[in-house]
Ligand binder design. Structure first.
Ligand code: LAG
Ligand code: CA
Length: 445
């Protein structure tokens, strides 16, 4: 008799960097819903400065939901489609600052100057820190500078002022009224945690809050300072994890939690849109190592994993392909070496492993076996995963498992001939690859 698999418990997210709203909706319906993902993380939705670069998204000029990624109506439809597919929507809230240029016209037609945004803010609503020659942040060891000076010239909102808090909360509540389920708090480190807390308290309902506080050694502001407000991205984990996967000592991965933020408040990632333009984490251009890391992140029982999909680029500033100021629908690359502007979409293995994670839920790691570059473990009696960090040799290993006896499919290869008998199973793991079994994917044999 085939044992009943429990209801999937979605927890995995994915950052769909610079996907337009129509493309997010399509991804929710076609990939994320069917694979029991939990949420999608968007790029910023508000009006922004004009330009070809991706980072115009991070220079707000008004809180109208009219951007290169789509209209308010497209945004509304996207949220509805994602919800219909069982997927929550997390918006990227750029609330520390406005634009970093002298002035201009935003993509929805708003005329602005550096410290003037009609109907929203005037010069008195901004910090003018007076602590550095040009009011730019110069020293990350100085909390006042980091939080009240300008991050690369971006006009820094006086987030302590009740009026500013009210205006920001009005914007976030507009997103909530369209069904948004949570927020990434962009540049949270650059706002006093009390300011972020006061803004979040003004948000209707009980949204997920994930603050972006990049851990830096010796800095006075640390992710721990923001845990009373909600969760944080686990930057320290992402950097340490990259080292582990690159070094091939996979057995260290499930233990990676001491000195990190507590698991229940940690959002883990292999890369994001900033780190993929730097050297501190693994990046999509790392090929099989990146893929192995993405799958292993989904398997361990630390944090809430967030996968990543963005487009290929050779110029770090280059935006996703646009037509008449609107980002085109995301086109998935069909080759391992995508042309600039083609998206590296979630692949079948990442999707299947997200479904695996939903099936094992929060069952603990058990029956861990580490042998050289191989690592295997169960998650309770619901799933088993094995990883091989050897670059050229496959590994065959016999494991003790708590999985019920029967035949299983490797959800990463669709090989359905794997037999668990008397609590033992033999698996063959490809070089830089993985095998994943769960009780929701048992074979016929
Ligand atoms: C973030 N988190 O704290 C975002 O994740 C990150 O992507 C944002 O930087 C940053 N903080 C501000 O929200 C990005 C680009 C920057 C870009 C900035 C503003 O990485 O390169 O700065 O967005 O668009 C650009 C130029 C700067 C210039 C600035 C102001 O690169 O040279 O000073 O614009 O005009
Ligand atoms: Ca600030």
């Amino acid at each position: 008799e085939e044992p009943l698999a429990p209801e999937p418990q979605p927890s995995v997210g994915v950052q769909l960097f610079q996907y337009n709203w129509d493309s997010v909706a399509r991804e929710c319906a076609e990939v994320l819903g069917p694979n029991h993902f939990d949420f999608v993380l968007l790029s910023p939705a508000q009006e922004h400065i004009e330009g070809e670069q991706w980072w115009t998204s991070y220079q707000p000029v008004s809180y109208q939901l009219e951007s290169k990624l789509g209209t308010r109506e497209q945004f509304r439809n996207m949220v509805e489609t994602c919800h219909d597919s069982g997927i929550k929507v997390v918006a990227d809230a750029v609330i520390n600052h406005m634009a970093g240029i002298d002035g201009g016209v935003g993509v929805a037609g708003t005329e602005f100057s550096h410290y003037e945004y009609p109907g929203l803010y005037g010069p008195d609503d901004f910090h003018h820190c007076g602590l550095t020659p040009n009011d730019d942040i110069a020293n990350y060891r100085d909390q006042a500078q980091v939080q009240t000076c300008e991050l690369s010239n971006l006009a820094d909102l006086d987030t302590a002022a009740p009026g500013v808090q009210e205006t920001i909360a009005g914007y976030l509540n507009d997103l909530v009224s369209l069904g948004v389920d949570g927020f990434r708090i962009d540049a949270a480190k650059h706002m006093a945690s009390e300011d972020v807390a006061a803004i979040v308290e003004r948000i209707d309902g009980d949204p997920m809050i994930i603050s972006e506080v990049i851990r830096g050694g010796g800095e006075p502001i640390q992710p721990e300072d923001y845990l009373d407000i909600g969760s944080v991205f686990a930057f320290g984990w992402a950097r340490d994890f990259a080292g582990i996967v690159q070094g091939g000592s996979l057995r260290l991965a499930p233990e990676l939690r001491d000195g990190q933020v507590p698991s229940e408040k940690a959002y883990t990632f292999v890369t994001n849109h900033d780190t993929e333009r730097g050297e501190q984490t693994l990046n999509p251009t790392d090929g099989p190592t990146f893929q192995l890391a993405s799958l292993l992140m989904l398997a361990v029982d630390y944090g809430t994993p967030v996968l990543y999909s963005g487009y290929a680029f050779s110029d770090r500033d280059a935006g996703a392909p646009q037509t008449d100021g609107r980002v085109d629908d995301a086109v998935c690359a069909t080759s391992d070496e995508p042309a600039d502007g083609e998206f590296r979409c979630l692949d079948a293995q990442q999707a299947a492993m997200a479904a695996w994670r939903a099936q094992v839920g929060d069952a603990p790691v058990a029956n861990q076996l580490a042998d050289g570059r191989l690592l295997a473990f169960d998650r309770g009696a619901l799933g088993l995963a094995a990883f091989n960090a050897d670059k050229s040799e496959e590994a065959t290993v016999e494991l003790t498992t708590g999985l019920p006896d029967g035949s299983y499919c490797d959800v990463l290869s669709d090989d359905c001939s794997i037999e668990v008998a008397d609590g033992r199973v033999s698996v063959t793991v490809p070089p830089m690859g993985a095998v994943a079994l769960h009780v929701g994917a048992m074979g016929q044999g």
